[in-house]
Design a protein around this ligand. Sequence first.
Ligand SMILES: NC(=O)c1ccc[n+]([C@@H]2O[C@H](COP(=O)([O-])OP(=O)(O)OC[C@H]3O[C@@H](n4cnc5c(N)ncnc54)[C@H](OP(=O)(O)O)[C@@H]3O)[C@@H](O)[C@H]2O)c1
Length: 258
Amino acid sequence: MNIHIIGGGNLGVAIAVGLANFSKGNHITITRRNTAQIQHLSQNGITVSSNNIENIDQADVIILTIKPYQIDTVVNEILPHISNKIIASAVSGVSLETLQQKTKVAHPIVRIMPNIAAQFAESATCISFSEKNKEAGEQVVSLFNHLGTAIVIEEKLMDAATVLGACGTAYALRYIRASMQAGIEIGFDAQTALAIASQTAKGAAKMALEEKIHPEQLIDRVTTPQGCTIVGLNEMEHQGFSSALIRGIKTSLLKIKE
Ligand SMILES: NC(=O)c1ccc[n+]([C@@H]2O[C@H](COP(=O)([O-])OP(=O)(O)OC[C@H]3O[C@@H](n4cnc5c(N)ncnc54)[C@H](OP(=O)(O)O)[C@@H]3O)[C@@H](O)[C@H]2O)c1
């Protein structure tokens, strides 16, 4: 496929690299105004440009990874140069209806909410689209299934998906950082602590994904009665571990809805 990514920042680059890795047959273009920081991507076969409209007429899918306040400028710039293109927008907080109004004519619009693990084909990407754009939506789902797991959701859950899936990367990394800090305190050097904490989190996630059972059932396999795991877990709960996470996620959602 020919994929044109507008907004070569954190997310745009992660998607571009992920797509370039999964199939060398894809032609990927990524744009931003100041390309100095992403010129290295051309070594992966990715076309890097500061021109949003160069070759855009050849794109199968246009992916928007710009900030919400940049959308009008970008849409007004590209609209005269495209007809009937799939536009997949990762721009948070901008609805399908608003995007459809801004793009005026009959471009199929799809909303996507990936995360930066797309770079390693491990994104949880939530996707929504209207019934009339089902065909385009399914193409985008298929594309993002190559970058991890693509999940079709109702649009009203897009803000929640942003928090749980996209912001969730930061929450999970903070868990890993805290484990690493504890690991150093109990005797490991930083690199070893990071390796153990990261792989353990990855292993736990893999079990939850593969076995599709409640995490507590997996926890039961690790907790010996009167053992060291359960006393540690209970102490974490006494200190508000689950509560802190739940409250943090709900606070992020309140912020996104402001
Ligand atoms: N980061 C995440 O984990 C994540 C996850 C899900 C969704 N999102 C959403 O994705 C969007 C991008 O987030 P981000 O974190 O990747 O932001 P970012 O790092 O700031 O990237 C935005 C990029 O857009 C470029 N840009 C700005 N104006 C442009 C224009 N007129 N033409 C072309 N490129 C332009 C900027 O580069 P120049 O200034 O050089 O042009 C910048 O590199 C946001 O709406 C965000 O909510 C982000």
